[in-house]
Design a binder for this molecule. Structure first.
Ligand SMILES: *Cc1c(COP(=O)(O)O)cnc(C)c1O
Length: 393
């Protein structure tokens, strides 16, 4: 029983530092209006930025996909799990990102976490590879760099000049720069044009994790590359399909040779069962929406909600950092105060997650508000009023 006592001690220690995490059970589809444990709530938590997770056309396509392909894929992609639905999805994604990549090909994954492990282990397996990782990168990129067992150098947040000096000083044969495009806990954008220029000068790969940009950025929703108007053979692009695309999974788009190397060498691709083909089939419907007129009008509505949120807040003690994306953090500071404010909102029927270390740096506990095209202006007014009032109490 010493072993259990040891674990209980660790759990108590988390609790004493206000770091215990808990899950809430949602009884209804992903939408702003939810029922949680029997209670109706208005939520500002999900990454369903375009409101596609419960979109009737996407749900109908998922059902149709199950009718055509069944429930499961049955095997990994390299055995018998690679279905016609996956091929269609990969072809569509490659075409979608092709304005921004040379000889584009795409590879689908079960999750973005695995896609990031796959990119960094495949590219970083080269003897003497060096990975240059942005300080605020997502946990999956940090873990991917560790798994690649390459040398890792951190560069400061959004600092392209610091990156350039690190690249200058490097003698590594394979240089891999890796960054989030939209920072998941801050909502700001990486200076991708400057980072890419440094990568091109130094013959380095630029791995871009566009988990929060794919579907939401760019006139056609193609993401960060479209937003900044970038095109380069140095880019390895990762987009997730469980956030704005509303379903699940992820993809990597890059030069065909990079993709072929991942198929041959990336263990997180090779040694796992392919995602259910019905998901790929549903994603084709969601890509139709993202790239079409409905996607454009959903993005415009989302931008109007973001402006309304920022204009309405009257904060004195807390901070609202610059962010033009659907991720709007309110920095509170102390873990216990962030929890208290989160609980205060919850008591008013508003669900906003409090994010604490180690997800964010110590002393920067925050409320992470995410907006979605499925929200209304009334929803945002209600949240803004509650936040303005809670800050004064
Ligand atoms: C969500 C997220 C991932 C992981 O994607 P999943 O499909 O949820 O595994 C990777 N990178 C960033 C920046 C993310 O926000």
């Amino acid at each position: 029983m010493d072993m259990i006592a040891n674990i209980d001690r660790q759990l108590r220690d988390l609790d004493e530092r206000s770091l215990t995490r808990r899950r809430r059970t949602v009884d209804t589809p992903c939408a702003p209006r939810l029922v949680i444990e029997g209670r109706p709530m208005l939520a500002f938590c999900s990454n369903d930025y375009l409101g596609l997770a419960a979109h009737p056309a996407v749900v109908a396509a998922l059902r149709e996909g199950a009718d055509i392909y069944g429930a499961g894929s049955g095997a990994s992609h390299l055995i018998s799990g690679h279905s016609r639905a996956h091929v269609r999805l990969e072809d569509r994604l490659a075409e979608f990102e092709s304005p921004h990549l040379d000889n584009a090909r795409a590879l689908s994954f079960c999750t973005g976490y695995m896609a990031n492990l796959a990119i960094l282990t495949a590219l970083g397996a080269d003897a003497g590879a060096e990975i240059f990782s942005e300080q605020l990168n997502h946990a999956s990129l940090i873990d991917g760099a560790r798994l690649a067992r390459a040398q890792v150098k951190l560069y400061p947040h959004a600092d392209a000049a610091a990156l350039a000096s690190l690249l200058d000083a490097s003698t590594a044969q394979t240089k891999i720069v890796v960054t989030d495009s939209v920072f998941s806990m801050d909502g700001d954008l990486a200076p991708l044009p400057e980072l890419l220029a440094a990568c091109e000068r130094h013959g380095a790969w630029l791995v871009i994790d566009d988990a929060h940009g794919f579907g939401t950025l760019g006139a056609h929703g193609r993401g960060a590359l479209e937003h900044f108007g970038l095109r380069s053979p140095n880019i390895v692009y990762m987009g997730t399909l469980g956030k704005a695309a509303g379903v699940g999974g992820a993809f990597v788009a890059a030069h065909a040779s990079v993709i072929e190397l991942m198929i041959q060498r990336a263990r997180p691709y090779i040694y796992t069962t392919a995602a259910p083909p019905a998901l790929a089939h549903a994603l084709l419907a969601s890509l139709d929406i993202i790239g079409g007129e409905e996607g454009a009008s959903r993005r415009a509505h989302l931008q109007a909600l973001i402006a309304q949120f920022r204009d309405g807040l009257r904060l004195q003690r807390w901070q609202l950092p610059a962010s033009a994306t659907a991720i709007q953090p309110i920095i509170i500071g102390a873990n216990d105060e962030a929890l208290r404010v989160g609980a205060g909102l919850y008591g008013q029927g508003l669900w906003v997650p409090a994010i604490r270390p180690p997800t964010v740096p110590a002393g920067t506990a925050r409320l992470r508000v995410t907006l979605s095209a499925a929200h209304t202006h009334e929803d945002v007014s209600q949240l803004v009023a509650a936040l303005n009032q809670l800050e004064r109490t």
